[in-house]
Design a protein around this ligand. Sequence first.
Ligand SMILES: [Zn+2]
Length: 70
Amino acid sequence: MSRKEQNTTFKACKKCSYLVESGVLKCPVCGSVNFSIEYEGLIIILDKDNSEVAKKLKKSTNGKYAIKVY
Ligand SMILES: [Zn+2]
């Protein structure tokens, strides 16, 4: 069993739903500086070119996305 010392919190970009660590100031995808710590769901896109989800959501960058951002 591994100990969980670090609990990394994420926040979601309000513009593109991209999830970044709480310390990040600017969205690496769209450049927005508006984030929300309230979000729902999580999608991880690992291979955007072969991902149906990525196509459906029109995501062009691999990474984690929130399904809904408040
Ligand atoms: Zn963004």
